[in-house]
Design a protein around this ligand. Structure first.
Ligand code: GCV
Length: 711
């Protein structure tokens, strides 16, 4: 059971599962009545964990012990059990609602049973009961009325997955919250309480799959010594409905199998993978499958043998199929031998394969065509690839968003992408409908988020980064949820239900994403981060091995203007979108201004919609970003009365770092772009305090998230 030392009360470890005492007496009475006598069947691990959560949460929230009965009786005020165990008269009362549920869905309903008002929590399967338990407790934590509740809910997406980019040495690629949670050295014997609390937190928001290892994979994890450790983790996670996946290094047959090749069409290689899969399922009968990064950024893959992505993915899919496992094949590919605009390459490479993958292959596509930028138009593969289930990959860890020192509420970004209309099957063909499978009737669907979790006491480095983990899970469950609702839920469960606190701080969260766009990459600028570690600005970087690793490739600033021409006069990446969008993006008069410099090379004197020249507009946007952070600090200061000292101080200190770095971004980028525009900063933009040479001289060989490089 999850316990906490008193001195750690405000450390953020409890996440959104704090279960604070309900102070409002009316609500307290209502809740106490609802749970006055509970029937809660717990004859298996999942139900035991669900009931444990009740036993932890209710005494804390209601400040009294709760009575459980071992049989259903007329005394019960709350009945919790799967549908098939319910007495027939109760089945009759809820039958229709149960029918519409998926295997993971649940109902929470008030009804009259034997002339008495009761609440029932039921589901088709045990996992539905666990999800319902967390939702029920969350509704209490967030002070929702439960007296006449009528909730019927099922997840809209099948695979709701975290991708950990965790290495076996416990470093985390692009991780900013300490080391990897997986203590490989002490596994399998030592089960850290963190594994259990990690699983609880995920289950509470409906996450049902986790990929334990980095996509830049190490084959060792597939050896017996590590599989034994993976098995131990899977045994913990199973009780919370979470399946384990591993990343499969394509060259594993050579590296750990003593074969001379990894050619996917070689019978020895096929046999090796089939045996390996059988070995894994012997240990982990509900193993999820493999996530594969192949022929991307130097990783081995089928192309090393003259084969293609379909050959590679289908070979692994064949091995996994008898056990019900999936292959998740990443489409994050771009080649140093191809000078086509990097934004076009994945679409060009994968579209011809549509319909050729086996039915247990999903193709995982990043939300945008470059790489998790503060703002990108949605990836053109969404909607275009009609016969292949696409998993959308979001990055919860903030590689390009200020690491764990910037407060950026990412559900706002996720929502923008999911709500984007691809127009691929007429108006209303949103990315969300592609992902939940409803647009083309896919039988499998998935959402993946690159985790922002590590060994930091508060799990995510920044207390508000917890909201990004939380929000990812909620959107994976229901891609149509609004970011506003998610912020509201999270704030209530994490900090306070006081409306005077919620409203301004919610507003702070909802505006934080636009702030980071403004002070880092306004008006469609992208990938102008410093080299390798991606910490801070580096628009001047032009000396990396591949053109498309250099910021100068992306902004294309020159004496005439700035921006990447992706219209027909340039790379013509716009042709990868449905014709309505293609036209909208091609025309400088119709393109949404937030994507202007993503698709157009624009003269410095070009007039923006508000009448400013482009140069003035860029400069004012950078300043606006800095001003936004100043407002965030003011809002946080005003919220102080609702926070304890440590809660207030930790975010305040982080916001001050964010302000300093927002100014750094503004000054470094404007000084550099000014060398091309040759124009003065407009009124209202603060003058830089340092020279361009100073900003260029800054080096961060030990920035977190990558292996240190000192040259
Ligand atoms: C795991 C970007 C990141 C890499 C990451 C890669 C990927 O290039 O900078 O750290 O590698 O994306 O998603 O595969």
């Amino acid at each position: 059971m999850f316990t906490m030392l008193h001195s750690q009360q405000a450390d953020g470890y409890k996440l959104w599962l704090k279960y604070d005492k309900i102070e409002n007496s009316e609500l307290l009475n209502e809740y106490a009545e609802i749970v006055s006598s509970i029937y809660f069947k717990d004859d298996n691990d999942i139900l035991k964990n669900a009931k444990k959560e009740f036993s932890l949460a209710l005494p804390q929230m209601l400040n009294k012990q709760v009575k459980y009965s071992s049989n259903i009786s007329s005394d019960n005020s709350l009945i919790v059990d799967v549908y098939e165990n319910l007495p027939n008269d109760l089945k009759d009362l809820v039958g229709n609602d149960i029918e519409v549920l998926t295997d993971e869905g649940f109902i929470i309903k008030s009804l009259t049973y034997k002339k008495k008002s009761i609440t029932i929590i039921s589901a088709k399967k045990n996992i539905g009961i666990l999800y319902a338990t967390f939702r029920f407790l969350h509704l209490m934590q967030t002070h929702k009325k439960l007296k006449s509740i009528d909730l019927v809910d099922s997840p809209k997406v099948d695979l709701r997955m975290l991708n950990h980019w965790d290495n076996l040495d416990r470093s985390v690629e692009r991780g900013y919250a300490g080391f990897s949670l997986w203590n490989w050295q002490k596994l399998p014997e030592y089960i850290d309480q963190r594994y259990i609390d990690y699983a609880r937190a995920n289950a509470s928001i409906g996450i049902n799959s986790t990929v334990l290892t980095n996509v830049n994979a190490n084959a060792l994890v597939l050896t017996p010594m590590y599989l034994e450790k993976v098995e131990a983790l899977a045994n913990v996670f199973r009780g919370y409905g979470i399946k384990v996946y591993l990343t499969a290094r394509f060259s594993a047959p050579i590296e750990i199998g003593n074969l001379e090749t990894s050619d996917p069409l070689n019978p020895e290689v096929e046999k090796w993978w089939s045996n390996k899969v059988a070995e894994i399922y012997k240990r982990i009968p509900d193993f999820g499958g493999f996530l594969v990064k192949a022929n991307s950024e130097g990783q081995p893959g089928p192309q090393n043998y003259g084969r293609n992505h379909v050959d590679g993915a289908n070979m692994m899919a064949t091995a996994l199929k008898p056990f019900g496992g999936n292959v998740i094949w990443r489409a994050f590919v771009y080649s140093e031998h191809d000078d086509t605009d990097r934004a076009k390459q994945a679409y060009d490479e994968f579209l011809p394969y549509d319909g050729k993958f086996k039915d247990n292959v999903l193709v995982q596509v990043k939300n945008g065509a470059i790489d998790f930028q503060p703002r990108e138009p949605f990836h053109p593969m969404f909607g275009a690839m009609k016969k292949t289930p696409l998993v959308i990959e979001f990055q919860i860890t903030q590689e390009y968003l200020g690491f764990s020192s910037h407060l950026v509420f990412l559900p706002k970004l996720f929502e923008e992408v999911l709500d984007s209309d691809t127009y691929q099957k007429g108006k209303g063909s949103t990315v969300a409908k592609v992902i939940d499978g409803s647009l083309y009737g896919n039988t499998l669907s998935g959402i993946a988020g690159v985790a922002n979790i590590g060994t930091d006491l508060n799990w995510t480095g920044h207390p508000f980064a917890q909201a990004n983990w939380y929000g990812f899970g909620r959107l994976a469950w229901d891609p149509d949820l609004s970011s506003e609702k998610i912020a509201d839920e999270w704030l209530r469960a994490t900090y306070s239900n006081n409306q005077d606190f919620i409203e301004p701080v919610k507003n702070l969260m909802l505006t934080s994403r636009e702030a980071v766009v403004n002070y880092m990459n306004p008006l469609g600028l992208h990938h102008i981060f410093d080299t390798g570690h991606h910490y801070g600005p580096g628009p001047w970087v032009d000396n990396l091995g591949r053109p498309d690793w250099n910021p100068v490739y992306y902004h294309q600033a020159d004496a005439n203007g700035i921006g990447f021409d992706r219209t027909p006069s340039g790379s013509n990446a716009t042709e990868q979108y449905a014709s309505y969008l293609e036209k909208t993006f091609n025309d400088i008069n119709t393109i949404p201004e937030e994507y202007l410099l993503w698709f157009h090379h624009v003269p410095w004197d070009y007039k923006l919609q508000n009448g400013n020249t482009l140069w003035d507009g860029i400069a004012l946007k950078y300043q606006e970003g800095v001003n936004d952070v100043t407002h965030m600090i003011q809002t946080w200061d005003n919220a102080k009365p609702y926070l304890n000292d440590s809660e207030y101080n930790e975010v305040k200190m982080l916001l001050q770092i964010q302000l300093k770095e927002a100014k750094w971004w503004r000054d470094a980028c404007l000084l550099y772009f000014q060398t091309f525009s040759k124009k003065e900063l407009p009124e209202g933009v603060e003058k830089p305090t340092q020279s361009l040479e100073y900003y260029k001289s800054l080096k961060f060989p030990f920035a977190p998230g990558i292996r240190p490089q000192w040259d």
